[in-house]
Every structure is written in C-alpha cells, then in structure tokens.
Design a protein around this ligand. Structure first.
Ligand code: AGP
Length: 611
C-alpha cells in the first residue's frame, strides 16, 4: 500500500531514496517525504502529492548525507496533507519513522502518552508509534534497537517500519508484522524497501523479513532477531530474477497499456514447461499435495477484487470437472466466516501481489483450521506465497498499473492448468482438448489486440457516459464483472456486471437511451443472450457486443459490434481469456480520453496491505 525505502551506505541517500520512491509510486501516492541526517540532526522534507512534488521542494537539495528513509503514502488515518505525510517524528526530533500498515491500538497508546504530556501534531497512528518509541527511550534508557523492540512488544496491528535515531546515526532499525519489508544487501551498503522494484537499480540480493522480525542495520553489517526473543535469526539471501525493463514503460504511454499488450507473452510464460507434448499438465508446486487436493471434501477459493473475479472463473472450471461445489469467498468475508472449513478442506488463495491483507488473513484462518492452503500468486517470495503450504506461481512478470490486466488473464490460465491437472489425475479425458485450445491463446490475443484502434473509436462515443452495464452468461458473467470493475476503477464511470438473465429482475429498470450495455456473447447460450440483448434494445439501451460468433442478427441489433475472429470454436472454459481483452481496452481508451491517470487512479493503490 504505502511505499517504504531506506538506505545506509556510502552514497547520497536522497538520490537512492527518491529513485526507489518513484519505482514504488504505484503503490500509494497521496503524499511523500524523506528524512536524512544532516549536520547531526534529523532533517525532513515532506509534502502532499507525488514524488515529483517532493522533488520540487527547495529543501530537497539539503539532503546530502549517506543515511536516510523515505515514504510514499496512501492515507489510512488522517487526510493526505503535509502534516500527516511520513516520515513522522517525536516532539524532540530524536527519531524519524516510516510505516506501512495500521497500529490498531494507537488510540489507547495515544491517550496514555497525552496523559504523560506528549503533544501530537498529526492525525496518524504512525506518529503515535514514533512518540511512543521516544517516550520509552527517555524513560527506560535502553539502546535505540532495544527501545524499538520494546515498543513493538506493546503494539497491536500491522507494520513495516524503518526508524532513524539521532543518538545512533550510523544505524537503521527495521521491523515487520503483516506488511511487506525486505532488505537489499550491497557491499558496504544496505537498502530497505516494501517492494523489490525499489531496489533493482542497486542490488539483486534480497533478504525478506518475516512477521515479528526486527533488524538493526549498519552499512557493513546487520543483525536480525524476533521482537520477543534474543536469538539471532540467520536468513538466506535470495537473488531476484526479473529485470529493470520489465518494470519500465518502454515505448508505451502507460503501464496499463504495456501490460495489456504483454498478455500474449505472459500466457506463453505461464504455460511454458507446464504442459508436455502429450498435453499432460505438470505443476511442481502442488505435486506433493495431489492426494490431499483430490480427496478434499470441500473447496474454497478466496481473493479480493480482480483476483476474486478470476476465482469465480476457477470455480466454474473446477465444478465442471469435479462435479462438486466450489465456494468462492471474498477474503474479507472468509476471514470472519469460515465455519465449514476443516482439515478436509482445500483453500485456494489467489493474489497478484501476494500481500493483500484480507487474503493473507484468510490463508492464516484456513491454516488455523488445518485446511490445505494453495496459493496462486504472482510476486515470488511474497507473504501469501510463503504462507501457503503449496502453490503455483503465475509468472506474469511485474504488474505496475494499478488496474490489473495481465495478472487476471494469467490467474485464469493457472486455474485452467490446475483444473486440467485434476481432470488428468481423475482420468477425465476431455481435458486434453482444452489444452490444445489454451496453446492457441497467445496468438488469438495478439489478433484481438489489433482491435485496439477500433475500440478507441468506439470509446470516443462514451466519454460522457455516467453509467455502464456489462452482461454475460456462464463463463462470461465473471468477465462482465471484471469489465465493469476495470471501467469504474480507471474512468470513474459507474459500471455494474450482471448475469444477462438477471436483467429482468431489476436492472432493466435502468435502461434508457443513455445507458450503454456491453454484452459478451459466445456460442454457449447464444440464443438466450440474444433475447436478453433484445430486451435491452427494445428499451433504447446502446448495445456494444463483444462476440466470438459472427452473426448478422447480433450485428444488426448492436450499435457497436466487436467481433473476435477465429475464436468461435474455442472451448467455453477458455473464452474468458479472449473476451476480457477488449473490455480492458475499452476501459483503458475511455479513461485516457477522459484525461484520467490510468496507472494511478484516484484513491487506489496497487496492493492493499491494510484491512
Ligand atoms: C484490480 O484492478 C484491482 N486494483 C484490485 O481489485 C486487486 O485485484 C485486489 O486488490 C487484489 O489484489 P491482489 O491480487 O494483489 O491480492
């Protein structure tokens, strides 16, 4: 959610922190700030807005020293303004702290500190933590590191924090609980960040902190403990594989567009090595768990947002094969209502970032109930990837645009592979034809992407629309939900997805000549959805058809007709991988035409690491 960067070494810290913050800006971006040691004091600059606004502050040039911390914020407590921006300080400016997460018991700590005479400047839970550290430091006379450790023993909530202390200027202290934090290891320099992309310019050697761990870091050494124990924790350093051009825009105007166009290759990468020439699926990360998976008495898929839409498609795929119910639950609900989960359950968690707080909590709940947990995750080494017992990495490459596009497609690819793996283990023959279809998907997506200009022209007609409906049946219903989410999150146009037949149970009342209706039409249920479209048409609605079936009838009742050539014979279960592409392009073009910031839509952040 918020972005964190820290540096200690022999270079100018503000250069490293600024470049890291820019790489993280997609995670949270309503305010930003930086602290460094200058002439024996902690010197801080912060402002409302983006990193580019921070860079324009006259005080920025005064940050010259070799140790510092920086933050880009997505507001949770207190409005986005300079006072609430991080880093936060204690009243004496002895400590500076950056934080990602939520200190849940900040009210009681704040009340206690106010009674001790501490004054607060901001509305944030983070200031409470830094004031608390400072209070304990004065009272207990412990070292900087021991004081932070003591403070964290009293804290309830989630955090990734990095702290500086005026009296120990050659050290940073960092700790993690529930929010991501990792350390980059260089020669005589150390880096801290909430996301590996902040460090790729400088190092590929990464060490992930786990929940409850606290590190004291100097330029040439570090030491890690648990906040509740004394023993030193020795960790493996991992080498990061992805490259800088994967997280840069290249010639594309936006990350979102780049990621939409990356989908043919992303699908190839996701299936590479996972289907052999005889169409046998092999997924190494679940191999040892096949029996438990096949014998699961009940299956849940849990996720949030776009990943939840992929989960819906997953439930259709698995139910088709297993002929038993598969429940899809919003992770935010599942974490609090999971009465039927037990040791015979399989709980599949889907997450691009692998850091979504609700999905992570859902995984932990499932583990508490001894269910088998399986992660479908994109970010390698992320918390959900580490917490789940078994899993399948997506290999979609980094996704920077806040609106998820290629991650959705690849989640569906993985679910197709996984359901086929199960089918093969159960000796269900039909699965092999599915896979021949899956192999054609990269080429078919490349063809669909050529419709981008046509979709751009259609988009011009809808720049002033205030509402949209998306309709689909069967596998196209979750696609409709995803299409509607894409449009609303980047263009701010209200949009809803519905099963097409549900229209007449209420939403049809909304139809008039100002209501655009996107109908997703494939061969399954073709006649039925045609009738649903007629019902809309006869009430004046504007029809945008996205179809794999070239039909004169459909063309004639559609105001705009987007035909996906060569897709008519593709298996029903594979079609979401095709029909979702024009919906991404439609949302993208409308949003750009409206002048919206598609990569960083208002109020949104890439990964939601708070509840
Ligand atoms: C997608 O466009 C969203 N921005 C959002 O719904 C996202 O899918 C959701 O927050 C879940 O994220 P995750 O996949 O990283 O867990």
């Amino acid at each position: 959610m918020c972005g964190i960067v820290g540096y200690i070494g022999n270079k100018k810290s503000s250069d490293i922190i600024m470049s890291g913050l820019k790489r993280l800006e997609y995670r949270g971006y309503d305010s930003a700030g930086i602290s460094s040691f200058e002439d024996g004091i902690i010197f801080t600059s912060k402002c409302k807005g983006k990193i580019s606004d921070l860079e324009k502050l006259p005080s920025i040039k005064n940050h010259k020293n070799y140790i510092g911390i920086g933050h880009t914020r997505w507001a949770t407590h207190g409005e986005p303004n300079e006072t609430n921006a991080h880093p936060h300080h204690d009243s004496n400016n002895n400590f500076s702290l950056i934080h990602n997460g939520i200190i849940e018991n900040h009210y009681s700590i704040k009340e206690y500190l106010i009674n001790q005479g501490v004054n607060f400047k901001s509305d944030t839970d983070t200031e409470v933590l830094v004031q608390f550290i400072s209070y304990l430091y004065d009272k207990k006379k412990l070292s900087f590191y021991e004081t932070v450790k003591l403070a964290l023993q009293e804290v309830v909530g989630t955090y990734g924090i990095v702290v500086m202390c005026k009296n120990e200027p050659n050290k940073l202290v960092a700790a993690k609980n529930g929010s991501p934090l990792l350390m980059g290891i260089g020669k005589d320099e150390k880096f801290l960040a909430s996301d590996v992309s902040a460090l790729l310019d400088y190092t590929r050697n990464i060490l992930y902190l786990e929940d409850g761990e606290i590190a004291q870091i100097e330029a040439d050494s570090y030491k890690i403990n648990h906040i509740n124990h004394e023993n030193e924790i020795i960790k493996d350093i991992k080498e990061i594989e992805f490259t800088l051009d994967q997280i840069e825009k290249g010639h594309y105007k936006h990350f979102m567009l780049k990621e939409i166009f990356e989908q043919p290759n992303a699908v190839k990468d996701a299936i590479r090595g996972r289907i052999n020439n005889s169409n046998v699926v092999k997924l190494g990360g679940v191999l040892d768990y096949t029996d438990r998976i096949l014998n699961a008495e009940n299956i849940f898929i849990t996720a949030c947002g776009t990943s939840w839409h992929a989960a819906q498609i997953g439930s259709y795929l698995l139910e088709d094969i297993l002929k038993k119910p598969v429940k899809v639950e919003y992770a935010s609900e599942f974490r609090y209502r999971n009465k039927s989960v037990n040791e015979k359950s399989l709980v599949i968690a889907i997450s691009q970032s692998g850091e979504t707080a609700d999905t992570l909590a859902a995984v932990k709940k499932a583990k508490d109930k001894n269910a088998l947990t399986l992660g479908i995750v994109n970010v390698v080494g992320s918390t959900i990837a580490r917490e789940t017992e078994c899993g399948i990495y997506m290999h979609a490459g980094p996704e920077i645009g806040v609106a998820s596009t290629k991650a959705f497609t690849i989640q569906v690819v993985i679910l197709v592979l996984f359901s086929n793996l199960i089918a093969q283990k159960l000796n269900i023959k039909k699965s092999k034809s599915y896979l021949d279809n899956l192999k054609k998907v990269p080429q078919l997506i490349s063809e669909i992407l050529k419709l981008s200009d046509k979709i751009f022209e259609i988009s011009k007609e809808f720049v002033n629309a205030t509402n949209f409906l998306y309709l689909g049946r069967g596998y196209q219903f979750p696609v409709a939900l995803e299409g509607a989410l894409k449009l609303k999150e980047i263009s701010y146009i209200h949009a809803e997805g519905y099963p097409a037949a549900e229209m007449k149970h209420g939403p049809i009342a909304l139809i008039d000549d100002k209501m655009p209706v996107v109908a997703i039409v494939t061969k399954n249920g073709f006649d039925k959805i045609l009738s649903n479209i007629q019902e809309v048409k006869s009430r004046g609605g504007k029809i945008i058809s996205i179809t794999t079936i070239d039909s004169d009838t459909l063309r004639n009742i559609s105001d705009y007709y987007i035909y996906l050539d060569n897709c008519s014979d593709i298996h029903n279960a594979i079609t979401p991988l095709l029909t979702s592409i024009p919906l991404q392009l439609l949302a993208y073009h409308i949003a750009v035409l409206k002048g919206c910031n598609v990569d960083q839509p208002r109020n949104l952040a890439k990964s939601v690491t708070v509840e």
